[in-house]
Design a protein around this ligand. Structure first.
Ligand SMILES: Nc1ncnc2c1ncn2[C@@H]1O[C@H](COP(=O)(O)OP(=O)(O)OP(=O)(O)O)[C@@H](O)[C@H]1O
Ligand SMILES: [Mg+2]
Length: 256
């Protein structure tokens, strides 16, 4: 379990807070979606979980251990991270990109190659075709798959995914969302997933935390949020999708 307690971050010595008193618990095996508009503090919150950003105040524990007492490099290697924008290394093959952390950890070449092939398979990129390609030889959706494979390389229990499917067409997005649900079900990964896409949040989130101006406005399962929005902001945010969802559900019943 990941626990955030009264977590805050200021980049200007306390004049303003981009993350403001956030408390959240992410249970083993769940997908928690952080949903919020641009600048609401989602990435900063994620980066505090793997110590790419240090909190101004508050605590984070993972499986009961305070992360500030852990070695940041080891901590980072133990948590899978898909960066916003993916960030593959252009001069490395896909196999090298996927196993870059394994190499830092001095895993032998054979083990790295085998793992890269296994993971390429897992994200539906046939290894014979893809292992030796370079990132510029891929489509956007394929690159995103490699980003996910890289985050899984050391078989971490926890995955942080920061808008991994931003800027993809609807069909590719749909396929990748399906894969995330499978990873969660079959490999029991605990996932914190950032998006500003409402439908993605509703599809993937066991629970959704809605962020606005650095604060968590509400956290709950989608039924709770849709039927009992805690604030005006949440109500407005879901007004449109709720109508569309009702429309889709009504239609489904009509044609049954
Ligand atoms: N290193 C930094 N120094 C100063 N301000 C920062 C820094 N990193 C982020 N911020 C500010 O913190 C706020 C929150 O940024 P953050 O990246 O967490 O937002 P986000 O919710 O991930 O947005 P997006 O959806 O656009 O990715 C923004 O106003 C941003 O400009
Ligand atoms: Mg962000």
């Amino acid at each position: 379990m990941i626990t955030l307690k009264h977590l805050s971050k200021s980049f200007d010595n306390g004049q303003s807070y981009v993350v403001n008193d956030v408390s959240l618990e992410i249970a083993r095996g769940e997908i928690l979606v952080l949903l919020g508009s641009s600048g609401s503090g989602k990435t900063t919150t994620m980066k505090m979980i793997n110590r790419l950003v240090e909190p101004t105040s508050g605590d984070i524990t993972i499986d009961g251990k305070p992360i500030l007492e852990q070695n940041p490099v080891q901590l980072r290697r133990s948590i899978g991270y898909v960066f916003q924008g993916i960030g593959l290394f252009p001069h490395m093959t896909l196999a090298q990109n996927i196993t870059v952390v394994m190499k830092l950890m001095k895993a032998p070449r054979d083990a790295r190659d085998a793992r890269a092939r296994e993971l390429l398979d897992l994200v539906n990129l046939p290894p014979d075709q893809f292992a030796e390609r370079y990132p510029h030889e891929l489509s956007g959706g394929q690159r995103q798959r490699v980003g996910v494979a890289r985050a899984l390389a050391t078989d971490p229990d926890y995955l942080l995914m920061d808008e991994p499917f931003g800027a993809l067409d609807a069909i590719t997005r749909d396929e990748l969302q399906e894969e995330i649900l499978r990873l969660n079900k079959e490999l029991h990964k605990t996932i914190v997933f950032v998006t500003h896409d409402l439908f993605e949040a509703l599809r993937l989130g066991d629970r959704i935390a809605i962020m606005h101006e650095g604060r968590v406005e509400q956290v709950g399962c989608k039924d709770d949020i849709l039927s009992h929005p805690a604030t005006d902001f949440v109500q407005d945010l879901f007004a449109k999708p709720a109508e569309q969802l009702r429309y889709l559900t009504d239609n489904a019943t009509d044609t049954d």
